[in-house]
Design a protein around this ligand. Sequence first.
Ligand SMILES: C[S@@+](CC[C@H](N)C(=O)[O-])C[C@H]1O[C@@H](n2cnc3c(N)ncnc32)[C@H](O)[C@@H]1O
Length: 228
Amino acid sequence: MTVETGRLPAEGVQRMFDRIAPVYDAMNRVMTVGLDQRWRKATVRATVRSGDHVLDACCGTGDLARAAWAGGAGHVIGIDFSERMLERARRKVPELEWRQADLLALPFEDASFDSAVVGFGIRNVENLEGGIRELRRVLRPGGRLGILEITTPRGPLAPFYRLWFDRVVPLLGRVLPGGSAYTYLPASVRRFPGPEELATLLGSCGFEAVRFRLFAGGIVALHVGEAN
Ligand SMILES: C[S@@+](CC[C@H](N)C(=O)[O-])C[C@H]1O[C@@H](n2cnc3c(N)ncnc32)[C@H](O)[C@@H]1O
């Protein structure tokens, strides 16, 4: 199954995150009313085992890598193609390894990681299936992948969610310096597959025991699978 999620080409996404970098952490805290760090910790608990060699793909400013490190990972490498986002990660957690790289062409050997996490990043990758297959390639058999991502709720929260993402978030983006690119966020969420579809895609890309849980009334999904 091929699911193309991006209408912005990769260079457009890279430039957008270079521009967003100065306000990214503040926007995260505001948009999620501070819950994002809790979801990152849950992702680490479900994915990373003590002493693991961990990849944080699309690491951005490094919060998920930092949570993996705090959660007992042995070694953590964060990769991202936005140099401005990486600069912030380096400043925030200098003891971890940070590299500029494209998720679609990871500069690592096959089976070189015990676990991999992606937080709010895979939605922006031009070729979703290609990205998942690349993550599978660098995981050892039995290694775990955790994907934390915004999703579209179906229940009673759906109208509130549309108001929040389609109106409030772009408005917040306009008042914060450099935040205008946040108008891209609602469109990228709408294009992204729902939780069941993403679970099926993971299964067809070499992961087994795939499960997911939803946070905040179904606004955010955490998928975990084991490389087969
Ligand atoms: C919304 S941020 C998420 C940052 C971080 N993972 C977090 O939990 O906050 C998405 C990140 O994905 C990166 N990204 C998008 N496509 C990428 C790709 N193909 N390769 C590497 N990084 C990519 C962007 O540069 C951006 O820093």
